[in-house]
Structures are given as structure tokens and as C-alpha cells.
Unconditional design. Structure first.
Ligand code: ATP
Length: 405
């Protein structure tokens, strides 16, 4: 299965074979330029899959890029001067219209897989207990349930743990009480930090997907809890939570017109290019967490002094550190934290300015992508493409084909 291919590829590139004491080699991988691509034999028609990137000024061995094959040169398109109504423009508009039409006739419930599990946490649990449950279940977020009122009490996400980290960093004297901090106390943590409470958006499972997504885009929510109301018992019930990835995968699997979205990211100005928050292997995790909370972002690229991308520190990496129960570990450097990552980490997905959403949707079909780093041919970081950027373009920014009279 395609998904397994990606996972296998990722295993070849995770930072497992790395001496943990030497930051300079923390992220070395078997996927350096001298190794043949693990997939090369399965794609003989794509000579570019054998492509070896040019030397990275001594950083070849530290670059983790399992999705090297995302932009095979054979199908990357050179930029052409913009003209008003080329076939590529018409196709882009038609592709966007097909996606929006599809979302307008689908309900949120349809996004859910045939079988799924729902893990709901009671707000009476301690933060420590919740962390153990998330780690044991391999999830990074869960709906909260208030059993005293039998109501849905919001969504617990990695941002809550980042807030807890910041709180104890500012109030080290309170660290002794950390084990008794309850999920219901998180509201107080937000108040002390003066950060906005998490978005409480929720929709009915029967809501039209297009409407739910428009609602999500104007809020700060990155996931949509599906909450239904039982008129017999007059109680609400959480059915599931849909993520941005699941929605994009749903589109990728069901709308063939995604292959019409060929306009390069650079042309459609998709992604963030200016003022990218970055860090080095020597930055402390605490400093990165501060940046993520204040800038409201969920990842920070790790780059060399020259700007070559080495890896990406993600908000979920903090869970891995906190699960040890030792908050002192947050003084670790990013390099050390990345070396403690699970061997199953899927790695970093990259693309170029010249990629269109068509190739990106192909990757989304096959792999659990959280975001893509936009790099040039020498792996210099140029931009970041988040899943919310893609959804925003699909629903709001891109111009769709007008309805024919
Ligand atoms: P999530 O990844 O949590 O599901 P998301 O898809 O919104 O949420 P974020 O990382 O929160 O992704 O990105 C929010 C916005 O900030 C996007 O427009 C993205 O391009 C931009 N962004 C992401 N990371 C950075 C960064 N390190 N520096 C600057 N901008 C960033």
C-alpha cells in the first residue's frame, strides 16, 4: 500500500542511527546523497527519483527529508510568465470549483472513516494523567467531558501543554504542585499567561462540510469537534473530531479534479515566506515553546546559520519530552530533544516553489502530512506551507470558475 511505502521510506531516514551525544550528527540519516533512493526501483519511469541534491555545505548527513520524492523533477514545472487566461489558469479555477462543489454537498460525518475510536477525557483528570493517556493511545488531542454537568467541555490540544510549560517556567515556585494540576485548572493557567482561551467551535455531524470549514477558518480552531444533541435526553454528545489532515485527505481521495491544481505555489502565493520563525540545534526547547505560543504556530524549522533546513521542531515533540515527567528536560536543546524522538517519526515533508497543489494532494493521499517546508534546490528554507494555508486557499483565496449561464 502506498501509505506503507512512505512509512518504510521514513524509517530509513529517522534519526535513529545517531550518536545521541553529538548534536552535529543528531539527525544523520541513511538517506544522504550517496544512498540510492529506497523507492527508485519501483519508479523506473522517473529518472529524477535518482536525483542527488547538490552538496549542503557539510550538512548532507544532517538533513532529514523522507519525502524527497515529493517533487520529482520530471513533473516539476518551470515558471512561465503570468498571462491572464492560460489553460493552467482555467484548470485551476475549475479544480477549485470542483472541490468547493464537493464540499457543499458533503456532511462532516462523511469525513469520518468507517470505523474509528473516540477517547474523551474527564476534566477531573490531572494534566499528568491526561498526558499518559495521550501517549499510551498515540494521540495528540482529545475532547474534554465535564461529568458534573454532562457536557462537552472543549478540546484538549498540544497548545494546552505548551501553556502549562510556559506557566511553570514563569512560576517555578509552583512546580511542586504540578502533579495535582487538573484539566479543569487549565483555564486559570490561560488567565495567568494572559493567552486567549482555546476556540470552542463545534458543529453537528450533519453540518455541511463547506459551512463547517468556513466557520473553522474564521476561528482559531485547527480541529472540528462533531457534537450532536440528543433531544430525548437533552444532552450533547461528542461523535468525533475531524482534523485538517483528514479533511484534505477526504478531498484528495474523492475529488479527481485536484490534479487540475497545477499552478505553482509561488504564483498563487500560497504559504508563509516572510518572517519565518526558525531556530538552531542549540536553541532551548523552552525558547522554541515561547515562540510557538506567542506566534500561535505549531512548528519551528531548525536551520543552519546559512539557512539550510535540517529538521523541524513540532509542538507535539513537547509531549514526548513531558511524558518523562521531568519538566527540567525542557531546558534541553532542540538537537537533544529531536534525538529523543520516536523511531516512528515520519520525518519532514518538503516541496518547492514550483510545486502545485496537485503534487501536494498526491502526497496527502499517501502520507500523514502535517505541513510542508518549502525549500530550494540546495535545501535552503524558503517558506512554510501549513494545512490551514491549503484549506484557506481552497475555500477562500483561490478564484473558482464562475457558474456557466
Ligand atoms: P496545525 O499545524 O496545528 O494543524 P496550522 O495548519 O494552522 O495548524 P500552523 O503551524 O499553526 O499550522 O500555521 C499557522 C500559520 O502560520 C500558517 O499560515 C503558516 O504558514 C504560518 N507558520 C507556520 N509555522 C511558521 C513559522 N515557523 N514561522 C512563521 N510562520 C509560520
Amino acid at each position: 500500500m502506498a501509505e506503507n511505502v512512505e512509512v518504510t521510506r521514513s524509517h530509513n531516514t529517522t534519526p535513529t542511527a545517531i550518536p545521541p551525544t553529538n548534536n552535529a550528527h543528531l539527525l544523520s540519516s541513511s538517506n544522504n546523497s550517496s544512498s540510492p533512493s529506497p523507492n527508485s526501483s519501483t519508479h523506473p519511469s522517473h529518472p529524477s527519483l535518482h536525483h542527488s541534491p547538490p552538496p549542503l555545505h557539510g550538512h548532507e548527513a544532517t538533513f532529514v527529508r523522507p519525502a524527497d520524492l515529493l517533487r520529482p523533477r520530471a513533473i516539476s514545472r518551470p515558471l512561465t510568465p503570468a498571462r491572464s487566461d492560460r489553460p493552467i489558469d482555467r484548470d485551476e479555477r475549475a479544480g477549485l470549483k470542483a472541490i468547493r462543489d464537493f464540499l457543499r454537498v458533503r456532511t462532516c460525518y462523511e469525513v469520518l472513516p468507517l470505523s474509528f475510536r473516540l477517547i474523551e477525557l474527564d476534566v477531573g483528570l490531572t494534566v499528568k494523567e491526561s498526558l499518559n493517556i495521550l501517549v499510551q493511545c498515540g494521540i495528540v488531542s482529545a475532547p474534554l467531558w465535564d461529568s458534573t454537568t454532562s457536557t462537552y467541555a472543549g478540546l484538549l490540544t498540544v497548545t494546552d501543554y505548551l501553556n502549562v510549560v510556559r506557566y511553570y517556567n514563569l512560576h517555578a515556585d509552583k512546580l511542586k504542585d504540578i502533579d495535582s494540576l487538573l484539566l479543569s485548572d487549565l483555564k486559570d493557567v490561560e488567565k495567568v499567561l494572559n493567552v486567549k482561551a482555546p476556540e470552542t467551535l463545534s458543529v453537528s455531524p450533519e453540518a455541511i462540510l463547506y459551512d463547517a470549514l468556513r466557520k473553522q477558518l474564521v476561528s482559531r480552531a485547527r480541529r472540528i469537534p462533531l457534537v450532536s444533541y440528543d433531544s430525548d435526553t437533552q444532552r450533547t454528545m461528542v461523535t468525533s473530531v475531524i482534523t485538517q489532515y483528514r479533511i484534505l485527505k477526504f478531498i484528495a481521495m474523492n475529488v479527481k479534479e485536484t490534479d487540475m491544481l497545477r499552478k505553482p505555489l509561488e504564483t498563487i502565493k500560497l504559504g508563509t515566506y516572510g518572517k519565518i520563525v526558525r531556530c538552531s540545534m542549540d536553541t532551548t526547547v523552552l525558547d522554541v515553546v515561547d515562540e510557538m505560543v506567542t506566534k500561535n504556530i505549531s512548528s519551528v524549522p531548525v536551520v543552519t546559520t546559512e539557512g539550510v533546513l535540517l529538521n523541524v521542531f513540532e509542538a507535539v515533540d513537547v509531549i514526548e519530552i513531558l511524558k518523562t515527567g521531568d519538566y527540567g528536560n525542557l531546558t534541553w536543546t532542540v538537537g537533544k530533544a529531536l534525538s529523543a524522538r520516536s523511531q516512528n517519526h515520519p520525518g519532514i515533508y518538503c516541496c518547492s516553489f514550483e510545486d502545485g497543489l496537485d503534487t501536494i494532494f498526491e502526497t496527502i493521499k499517501k502520507s500523514r502530512v502535517h505541513r510542508l517546508m518549502i525549500v530550494d534546490d540546495n535545501n535552503y528554507l524558503k517558506g512554510i506551507l501549513s494545512l490551514s494555508d491549503i484549506l484557506h486557499y481552497l475555500l477562500v483565496e483561490g478564484h473558482e470558475e464562475p457558474n456557466q449561464a
